[in-house]
Design a protein around this ligand. Sequence first.
Ligand code: CDP
Length: 267
Amino acid sequence: MTDCCDAGNLFSVTKANTPVGKKLWFDGEFFYSLTIDNATYSIFPQDTPLKHPMKKCSVVGNSGILRNSGCGRHVDQADFVIRCNLPPLTSEYTKDVGSKTQLVTVNPSIIEKRYQNLLWARRAFVDSLHVYRDSFLYMPAFSMMHGTDPSLRVYYTLMDFRANQSVLFANPSFLRNVGKFWRNKGVHSRRLSTGLFMVSAALGLCEEVTIYGFWPFHVDLKGKSISHHYYDDILPLSGFHSMPEEFLQLWVLHKAGVLKVQLDQCA
Ligand code: CDP
C-alpha cells in the first residue's frame, strides 16, 4: 500500500501536491480533467492535516452486522475513527457503532439528495454534522464531474457557518492508484466501495487497523438474516461495487495479520 499509493502524502489534495496550473485528471471519469486555478488552489491546505503514522485506527463500514454487536466502545478506543457516508450516530446506535469520529466520507450524491444540493438546506446540513464533532469530511470532489460543485459548496458552507468540521478533498491520484492496486488483486467492479478506499487509506496511515461493519451478506455468522446497513435495508446499485470480492481480500489480510476484521459481537 505504501509503495503503490502513499496515503501519507497523497490521501487528500494539498497545496504541496497540487500546485496552480496542475491538470487534475478525474479518476472516475474518462478523459476529464480540471486545471487548478488560483481560486481553487487557495482553498487547499498547505499539507495534509493528518498526523501520521497514527497508532490505532477503526474503520467503520455500514453493514447490518453491527446491529446488537456491542462494539461501540471498542470502535471508540482507537485514536482515529473513520466512518463512511455520513452514517447516523444517534443514541440508539451508539452502543453498537460508537460515537467518536475523526474522518467521515461524504458522497456528493448525499448532498444532492439529502440536502437539496445545499441550495436552501445549509443550516440543516451544518446542524446534522454536530454528531461528527470536529472531524474531517472527506469528499471525492475530483472523481466525477458532477461531484465538484457539491463538494465546493460543502467547503464554503462550513466556512460561512464557522462549523467545527473541515473538508478534505480526495486526491484522484490516490483513489486511482488504490483502484489499480485492488484490480491487480482480482477485485473487478466499476468502482471500489467507499469502505475499501478507507481501509486502504488506514493501512497507509495507521499502525494498527481494526475494521467493523464490513460484511456484505444477507445473513450473519449464525445464519440469521440481517439488513444491508445497520440503520436501513437499502441495497446499493447492482453491478456498481463488488463487495463480496472486496470482503474476500479483507479476509486474506485478516488471516495474514495485516488488519483485524471484527465480525463477532464485542465482549
Ligand atoms: O456507498 P457505498 O455503497 O460504498 O457504502 P455504504 O453502503 O454507505 O457502506 C459503507 C461501506 O461499508 C461500504 O463501502 C462497504 O465497504 C461496507 N459495507 C459492507 O462491507 N457490507 C455492507 N452490508 C454494507 C457496507
